[in-house]
Design a binder for this molecule. Structure first.
Ligand SMILES: Nc1nc2c(ncn2[C@@H]2O[C@H](COP(=O)(O)OP(=O)(O)OP(=O)(O)O)[C@@H](O)[C@H]2O)c(=O)[nH]1
Ligand SMILES: [Mg+2]
Length: 247
C-alpha cells in the first residue's frame, strides 16, 4: 500500500534546528495524513545532528533517517529519498526553517484538490519577507535570470518547500539530472516544460542564519560556481535538445 505522503527533510550540520523541525513536521503530518513517513537525509553532518536523529528515530517509527551520498548534493539526496517510497504525495522542507511546517497542511490540501506541484514563494504577492537586502537582491537576480532564459514565470525557484503529486513526480523524476541546489529549479522547469501547473503559495519567511557580509560574499561566489555550469546544462536540455519535454 502506498503512503499518503512522504515528507523529506535534507540536513547538514543542523544541530540547532533539527529536533524542532522534525517535531513540527511530524505534528503537521499527523494533522494532514493517516499514513505517512518523515525522512531525514543527513549528509555528512559533523556536529551532533546524527546523534540527535538516532535518538529521535528510536522514539518515532514514522521517522526514517538515511545517509546522504556526499556533501553538497541536496537535490540528489531529496530525489533518492522520494524514490525509496511509494506515495501519493511527496514533499520536502529545509531543516533550518521549522516554521515552514505550518504550510504542510494547506499545501497538502491543494495537492489533494488537484494541483500537481505546490511550492512556497517568498516573492509572490502576499508573502512576508525578513531577509537581508543583499540576499533579496541576489535571489531576485537569480529568479529574473532563470525567467529571462526559460520564460517559466516562477517567482521563487529555490524556496526549500515543495510538494508534488505522485503523477507529477513520476513524470518529472526520470528527467531530473542536477544533483546540487539547482535541482529545485530543474524540477520546476521540467514541470513547466511538460505543461504541469505549478501553484506558488505566498509564505512568511525569515532567514534563519545570520551571516557576516564576508560570509555572504563567499556564499554568492560558491553559488555562482554551481549556478553557471548547471544553467548551461539546463539551457542545452530545455532549449536545445528538449529531451522529453513538450515541443
Ligand atoms: N541532505 C543534504 N542536505 C543539505 C546539504 N547541504 C545543505 N543541506 C540542507 O539543505 C537545506 C538548505 O541548505 P542551506 O544551507 O540552508 O541553504 P540555503 O537555505 O540556500 O541558505 P541559507 O539562507 O544560509 O539558509 C538545509 O536544511 C541544509 O541543512 C547536502 O549536501 N545534503
Ligand atoms: Mg537555509
Amino acid at each position: 500500500m502506498p503512503y499518503e505522503c512522504i515528507f523529506v527533510i535534507p540536513a547538514r550540520n543542523e544541530e540547532k534546528s533539527i529536533e524542532e523541525t522534525v517535531g513540527r513536521v511530524c505534528t503537521a503530518m499527523e494533522q494532514a495524513f493517516g499514513s505517512f513517513m518523515v525522512v531525514v537525509v543527513d549528509a555528512s553532518s559533523t556536529d551532533s545532528t546524527p546523534r540527535i536523529l538516532k535518538r529521535l528515530a528510536k522514539e518515532n517509527s514514522r521517522l526514517d533517517v538515511i545517509s546522504g551520498t556526499q556533501p553538497h548534493q541536496k537535490g540528489y539526496d531529496i530525489h533518492c529519498a522520494f524514490m525509496k517510497y511509494d506515495s501519493s504525495i511527496y514533499g520536502f522542507l529545509d531543516s533550518d526553517t521549522p516554521e515552514m511546517s505550518q504550510y504542510i497542511l494547506p499545501a497538502s490540501n491543494l495537492i489533494k484538490s488537484g494541483y500537481d506541484v505546490v511550492i512556497g514563494s517568498r516573492y509572490k504577492g502576499g508573502a512576508k519577507l525578513d531577509r537581508p537586502k543583499s540576499r533579496v537582491v541576489v535571489s531576485g537576480l537569480y529568479n529574473k535570470t532563470i525567467n529571462a532564459i526559460f520564460g517559466d514565470g516562477i517567482s521563487d525557484h529555490q524556496c526549500g518547500f515543495k510538494l508534488f503529486s505522485k503523477r507529477a513526480w513520476s513524470a518529472i523524476s526520470p528527467l531530473a539530472h542536477e544533483k546540487k541546489w539547482p535541482w529545485d529549479t530543474e524540477v520546476l522547469l521540467i514541470a513547466k516544460g511538460m505543461g504541469i501547473k505549478v501553484y506558488e503559495m505566498p509564505i512568511s519567511w525569515r532567514d534563519s542564519r545570520g551571516r557576516t557580509p564576508i560570509e555572504n560574499i563567499l556564499r554568492v561566489a560558491s553559488d555562482a560556481s554551481i549556478f553557471i555550469p548547471a544553467t548551461l546544462r539546463m539551457i542545452y536540455r530545455f532549449k536545445i535538445s528538449r529531451h522529453g519535454l513538450r515541443k
